[in-house]
Design a protein around this ligand. Structure first.
Ligand code: SF4
Length: 442
């Protein structure tokens, strides 16, 4: 009987990619995927620990698995990802029904555990670089993640990642190009390069350090790769050569995610972000000078310890000055084991955090709406992803600016089409397929 597995993924794209590799590895061991957790012989969670909410949400799911196991004692429960790494053996103390736990860098150890009839719970939490050889089961056949490095050498005071994913380690240049070529041969047209700080890529490679822009050029040159995206860059390290790659290379998408986090230089210093407000605005100016139509998205935290109303006003001012195309906004929550968790001065009340979040969202939504109007009346190339989530009679896709487009028309996922944009909200563009493509694809 084929054993069945069920994976629940929390958190970032890195985790989504790790889950694709977990599934590929399990299927190479003869397991099959089931959509129902209750039907699984192996219940897996790939966890995040970036915010308190993430922990709480996950633990609720874990208790659901406990109930399933009570009814089916042979069920194996495994917990991977950043929460598992941050807890280590505490996982088994607090949740004794868990059989195996492993950090983000230890996915292959799950196979080891499953193929040795271990009767005791096992934890694997070493940092051993990137296990490159794992098969991958991609959720979207025409789009793929390509992890270019693991870990992070930055010391942002609120962030748990360096302690859960370890020091920065770049994958060998040739290994990445070979993997991108395999993906192209496998029908992938869009690759997203993944790293905690992608523009630090290659600094640690020996004997010859490499630059992130070199990697962009190498992936752009691979036949069949039509779009290249990347996440996440650090504003401190974004350089002119990367901007020129966006300007000169056809496949490098016109979208840059540039996490601001806060607009006050005082708060940026307390966050240990290594740049101040002026440096961030200078990077934005450099990017827009090189790629005027680029879409800029960002991350912003409100309510960081010590943030006064004046500091928060500076965040709003930077948003008004930059006019981001989109923004991910978060309320500060102290993470166990981070420096910011020890900060006791100037703590911001829950009510104040909620009020600042409301005001911030109002500003970023209005900016995003205004920015999106520049696409109305233009014909944009769209990579079709599938039926619209809101209206199955329409198709959904994405522009090079990473804008979602819902449109009337025809075409298969993974193919490109021309869409005339007729209207825009802060999140989504609406449009009509070009007559040429309509005639061709109908
Ligand atoms: S750059 Fe800062 S926020 Fe990003 S992963 Fe590294 S430490 Fe965390």
């Amino acid at each position: 009987m084929t054993k069945r597995y069920h994976v629940t993924t929390f958190g970032c794209q890195m985790n989504e990619h790790d889950s694709e590799r977990m599934k590929g590895m399990l299927e190479s061991l003869g397991y099959g995927e089931t959509a129902e957790r209750a039907d699984a012989d192996l219940i897996l969670f790939n966890t995040c620990s970036i915010r308190e909410k993430a922990d709480e949400r996950f633990v609720a799911h874990l208790h659901d698995a406990k109930i399933i196991k009570r009814g089916k004692p042979g069920t194996v429960i495994g917990v991977g990802g950043c929460w598992a790494q941050s807890m280590k053996d505490l996982v088994f103390e607090q949740f004794p029904f868990v059989d195996v736990a492993f950090g983000p860098g230890q996915v292959p150890k799950l196979a080891e555990f499953l193929t040795t009839d271990s009767i005791t719970a096992q934890g694997y939490f070493e940092f051993e670089g990137f296990p490159a050889h794992l098969p991958t089961k991609r959720d979207r056949p025409h789009q793929a993640w390509l992890q270019i490095s693991v870990g992070c050498n930055m010391k942002c005071s609120y962030c748990i990642v360096p302690s859960t994913r370890g020091r920065e380690s770049s994958r060998p240049f040739e290994e990445l190009v070979a993997e991108a070529e395999r993906l192209a041969a496998d029908g992938v047209v869009e690759i997203t390069l993944l790293g905690q700080n992608v523009n630090a890529y290659g600094r640690d490679l020996r004997p010859q350090p490499r630059k992130f822009a070199e990697l962009l050029h190498a992936v752009d040159a691979i036949p069949g790769i039509r779009r290249v995206r990347y996440t996440s860059p650090h504003p401190q390290d974004i350089k002119q050569d990367v901007v020129e790659a966006h300007r000169d290379l056809d496949s490098i998408c016109e979208h840059i995610h540039l996490p601001l986090q806060a607009g006050s230089s005082k708060i940026l210093k307390a966050m240990r972000r290594t740049y101040n407000r002026e440096r961030f605005l200078d990077r934005v100016e450099m990017i827009r000078a090189g790629v005027p139509d680029v879409a800029l998205s960002t991350d912003i935290i409100v309510g960081f310890p010590g943030e006064t109303e004046e500091d928060f006003q500076e965040t709003l001012e930077v948003c008004e000055a930059v006019q981001f195309d989109s923004a991910f906004t978060f309320v500060f929550s102290a993470r166990r084991g981070t420096e910011a968790a020890t900060f006791t001065e100037g703590l911001v009340s829950r009510e104040e955090k909620v009020d600042r979040m409301r005001r911030l969202v109002e500003v970023v939504q209005r900016n995003a709406h205004e920015r999106a109007q520049r696409f109305v009346g233009r014909t944009m190339e769209v990579l079709i992803e599938g039926p619209s989530r809101t209206d199955p009679s329409r198709l959904r896709g994405r522009t090079t600016h990473n804008k979602a487009v819902n449109f009337q028309g025809f075409g298969e996922p993974g193919t490109f089409t021309q869409v005339e944009i007729t209207s825009a909200t802060s999140q989504t563009l609406m449009g009509e397929q070009s007559l040429v493509d309509l005639a061709l694809l109908r």
